[in-house]
Design a protein around this ligand. Sequence first.
Ligand SMILES: [Zn+2]
Length: 673
Amino acid sequence: MMSRTLTTAAARAGTCLCAVRFGSAAEPTAADTNPNLLLITLDTVRADYLSCNGSKKVQTPQLDRLARGGVNFTRARTSVPLTLPAHASIMTGNYPPVHGVRDNGSYRLPEEQLTLAEVLDGHGYETAAFIGAFVLDRHFGIAQGFNTYDDGDWGNVNRLENLAAERSADAVHDAFSSWLKDRAGEGPFFAWVHLYDPHAPYVPPEPFRKRYADNPYAGEIAYTDAVVGKIVEDLESRKLLGSTLVAVVGDHGEALGEHGEQTHSLLIYNSTIHVPMLLYFPGRIPSGKTVAHLTRTIDLAPTILDYLSISQTIGQGSSLRPLVEGESPDEKLVAYSESLYPSLNLGWSELRGLEGGGHRFILAPRPELYDLAEDPGERENRIDSNPEVGDRLERSLASLMASMSESGGHARQVVDSQTQEMLRSLGYVSTNHSSPPDGSSLVDPKDKMELWRNIESGLALFSQGEFSGALEIFKRALAEDSDIPILYDHIGWSYVRLNQYDRAERVYRQSLEHGFDSADLRANLGLIYYRWGEFEKAEHELRTALKLEEGSVSAHYRLADVYRATRSYSKAVEHYRRVLEIDPGYVWALNGVGMALAMGGKNEEALAAFRDAVRVAPGMAPGYLNLAVHLERMKRFPEALEAYQKFIDLSSEDEFARQRKSAAAAIKRLQPR
Ligand SMILES: [Zn+2]
């Protein structure tokens, strides 16, 4: 420990002349043993869209300054082109087969996984996260180790739609900024800021919209870059930059049409696997250094701990510090990548890849090999012309996968075993991850790119709430191929949102006939029957949903609604409370508890629930109205008056015209004479 500190100090003495342009040398540095950590994750940013990496399409002056003052890892690879699994790899230093998170939405990072936040929390750090998208909501286990997890309020219970919910980089920055201003702690902090804007749809704010009118994706990156500047500026203005390690990493790239893919998720070429990765810590980390050797996002957590002088090992990656300090690279190093998205969602073959020795091998029904030096665009498959390299990489991939299955076994069992079980029973997940998929019978994703492009464009419309347009595309795709599970989910939910419940029900039934079942589907059927007043059928579907996935928030919530409608108030309360166990911030469930208790005649308990609801969501107007009505019924007039007034102050005329009128009447009625 001591000798490491001395080494660090010596290294600083050697580099401080050339360091620091911003974060001036005059800033006090905190105790050497306890630097802060700021981790910024850039969603959907291609490495070649940073001007410090040579991009001519976009200017990223803020990221460039960090690169100039720190280390730029120009060949960093993510392990999977999906937000939640990729972040799980960043946080644990593990590949997906080990941390167990293979897709967005239906997986949860198991408690047994050790995260960077847990390590730092254990070393006395105050830990806080500021999240830009629902995919990283606390439900999904990625919040473990954080004292503060600011993941916004995404509103809707439906998971399909929620996955697209996001908040702007400026809103995330505001949350970070006020936390930093208000924090009382004297000790070091770890703050994680997640910036989601470069994710589709690309709608940058001005002036970036105009400046990048012909390339709005570049505009989103330029905007995100500007917000990175504001975040760093916050540290600088509080004299914290000199005592903070800043790490920036991408979760995955964006295909932008390469290989027939528009966004990311399906394929595992460099267009989505190559990510930006920067470290900045003037005086402690060399400045202006470029590391062009192969590196991986799983190496980031061990590298960070190394630079923070915390001698705990984490994950499968290794510290890049020796590489940064000039040691020769491990020529045998390989980078694993995967996408199970095609097998989990489309019924096609999964993809697994391994990069090493300047080549990438992709295991698919028709395997691929690319020479990355000669063919960086990965256009020419050399599997037949270079069988030796192909065989070698295939063998290392197989042995790596076998070794991960061993260590990942326990993680898979405990993590979200319900979902795993369900998916497996449907044949979505191969039962033995240690062996390559049986290629012969499965669809190779690269052979279906035209169909996939159509589905992708439907998904884009769907995520923007344009259900009619999405529906047309999904229906055409389904006519072409009726064995694609996500089409049924999305067509069904589009009909629900268009209030065409009979059509939605029919599609969900067709899905079941094809053997595609899920908790979400059953919960949606439950919602349809509830809306039709067919409570017995609704109860049956919602109970089935809970058998498939006990932790389904929407199934518990809707089941509670069914019980409230059928006057089974104690059962209603039980299921609203279960929602709150799973998600304590789910304010509608608190409100539901209050309503069910009040209707069951438990006035005092109901009052406590309504009060909790306005405490948890102090900006939400309807909570005050319910509280006010209940207080008035309990003849607690002065408090009722206050709550009615609060409702009027918070509610808008557009949304609550009728309720505002009755609240105003109540105020008149209750006004002391
Ligand atoms: Zn992402």
